[in-house]
Design a binder for this molecule. Structure first.
Ligand code: ZN
Length: 241
C-alpha cells in the first residue's frame, strides 16, 4: 500500500489515533485465539483498523452450525480449516495486513511459544481451561490479554494488563465447567468482540483508558450493561507474588 493509499484508507480514524497511533497499529501483531463467533468479528475489525499482523489460532473446520455467528465462514467454506478461510478473506479485505494461520489447539506445551509471538492477545475461546492457560502465558510474558465470553444473549469482557490489575485467574479461582454446544445468538459475540477490538486499538495506539479490573457485563434480554470491580488476588496462582 502506498503512503497515499494508507492515508486514504485510515482517513476517518487518523485524527482519533494520530499518525503515530496508526503507525503503532501497523507495527503491532495481535493474536486471536479461537476464530469462532468472537474471533471472526474481532479479526475482521482488527484488520479494518489496520493492525499490521494478525495471528489466527484455531484447530477446527467450518461446520454448518457455525454459520449463525461465525461470519467469516460461508456455505462454500464448509469442511475447510477455519484459520485458512479466515486468512484468505481477511487478506482480500485488507491486503496491507499480514495474516498468519495456525491450525492448532493451545496446550500447556505450546501456549507460551504461541503467545510469545504476539504483542496483545484476544480471547476468542469457548472453554475456561484454554482461557486460563492463555491467561497464564500472557501474565508470564507480560502481554495484554482481552477476555470475552458469551452465552445466549449474555456476554462479558475484561482487560488484563499484567502488572496493572487482576488477571483472569483472579476472576475465577476455579475454571467454570465447560458446557458443550451452548446456545448463542450471533449478535452477542459480535457485540463483545467489538468491545475487545476497541480495547485492543486503544492499548496499541496509546489512547483512552482500558477496562483493567472491570468485568463488563452485557445482558441482551434486558438490553442492560453493568460492571463488577475485580480485585487482584494476592495469592493468585497466575499473577500473585
Ligand atoms: Zn491473577
Amino acid at each position: 500500500m502506498s503512503v497515499r493509499e494508507w492515508l486514504q484508507r485510515y482517513d476517518r480514524q487518523l485524527k482519533l489515533l494520530g499518525i503515530e497511533g496508526q503507525e503503532r497499529l501497523r507495527h503491532a501483531r495481535v493474536m486471536v485465539v479461537g476464530v469462532g463467533g468472537l474471533g471472526c468479528a474481532a479479526s475482521l475489525y482488527l484488520a479494518a483498523a489496520g493492525v499490521g499482523e494478525i495471528l489466527l489460532v484455531d484447530p477446527e473446520r467450518v461446520e454448518l452450525s457455525n454459520l449463525n455467528r461465525q461470519v467469516l465462514y460461508w456455505i462454500r467454506d464448509l469442511g475447510r480449516l477455519k484459520v485458512e478461510v479466515a486468512a484468505h478473506k481477511l487478506t482480500e479485505f485488507n491486503p496491507g495486513v499480514k495474516i498468519h494461520a495456525l491450525a492448532t489447539r493451545v496446550t500447556p506445551d505450546n501456549v507460551e511459544e504461541i503467545v510469545s509471538k504476539a504483542d496483545l492477545v484476544i480471547d476468542g475461546l469457548d472453554n475456561w481451561e484454554a482461557r486460563l492457560l492463555v491467561n497464564d502465558a500472557c501474565v508470564k510474558l507480560r502481554k495484554p490479554f482481552i477476555h470475552a465470553a458469551v452465552e445466549g444473549f449474555r456476554g462479558q469482557m475484561m482487560v488484563v494488563i499484567p502488572g496493572e490489575g487482576p488477571c483472569l485467574q483472579c476472576l475465577v479461582s476455579r475454571p467454570p465447567p465447560s458446557r458443550a454446544r451452548l446456545q448463542v445468538l450471533g449478535a452477542t459475540p459480535c457485540l463483545m468482540a467489538m468491545m475487545q477490538v476497541t480495547e485492543a486499538v486503544k492499548i496499541l495506539a496509546g489512547v483512552g483508558e482500558p477496562a483493567v479490573g472491570r468485568l463488563i457485563l452485557y445482558d441482551g434480554y434486558r438490553m442492560e450493561f453493568s460492571e463488577v470491580k475485580v480485585r487482584r488476588m494476592p495469592d493468585c496462582p497466575s499473577c500473585g507474588a
